[in-house]
Ligand binder design. Structure first.
Ligand SMILES: N[C@@H](CCC(=O)N[C@@H](CS)C(=O)NCC(=O)O)C(=O)O
Length: 211
């Protein structure tokens, strides 16, 4: 298994956590987002979406972190990342997509670069944008976690795909010094996750390409 990854990529971070939780070894291939390597023709040939991560296994190539995690779940069902019941699976997918579709895209590298380069926003304005959408998104995450089957983790007492999505988004928010105090349930779950080696080993500062 090979994972095209970047230490700060939260989408790649989701997949790194899932691989670690499932005990699957992988070979990392580093893509430098800051230098725009993901937009170079060599990488476009691998992932025409010009996004990290890309997953490879025996001639198969997959993009989009949620699809990759779902694939890993189907191929390696031991240490499940989705619950055994359909309503539970729907809840875990819903929390995962809340992070992956509602929060993350608004604060992605190309969006922030567009705000700066094309729309002429300064650092304070870009940081304000970032924090606005983190606050908007995490209010929703907190409301979801404050009801339903939240346990030690986002859903029950074992980590799921929802935790794989939540933790990297908290790292991003902390990097931009967002106030996370209004989200006590999310931060309690985050702290629980970070006690686990699978999450700790996947974090940006522990990656070989960390700067
Ligand atoms: N929805 C995609 C998002 C992938 C994505 O946006 N990756 C970021 C890094 S976290 C990236 O490659 N950004 C490059 C850019 O915005 O130009 C997924 O879940 O895999």
């Amino acid at each position: 298994m090979k994972l095209y990854t970047a230490f700060r990529s939260s989408a790649a971070f989701r997949v790194r956590i899932a691989l670690n939780l499932k005990g699957l070894a992988y070979e990392p291939a580093f893509v430098h987002l800051g230098r725009g390597e993901h937009r170079k023709p060599e990488y476009a040939a691998i992932n025409p979406q010009a996004l990290v991560p890309t997953f490879e296994e025996e001639g198969l190539r997959l993009v989009q972190s949620i699809a990759i995690i779902e694939y890993l779940e189907e191929m390696h069902p031991s240490t499940p990342l989705l619950p055994g019941d359909a309503p539970g699976r729907a809840r875990v997918r819903s929390i995962s997509l809340l992070v992956a579709c509602e929060i993350h895209p608004l604060n992605n590298l190309r969006v922030l670069q567009h705000l700066k380069r094309a729309l002429g926003q300064n650092d304070d304005q870009v940081n304000g944008w970032y924090r606005h959408w983190i606050a908007d998104g995490f209010q929703k995450v907190e409301a979801e976690l404050a009801r339903g089957a939240t346990g030690r983790f986002c859903h029950g007492d074992a980590p799921t795909m929802a935790d794989c999505c939540l933790v990297p988004q908290v790292f991003n928010a902390q990097r931009y010094r967002c106030d996370m105090s209004p989200y006590p349930t999310a931060m309690r779950v985050f702290a629980e996750c970070m006690k686990l080696d699978a999450f700790d080993r996947a974090q940006p500062s522990r990656q070989p390409d960390a700067e």
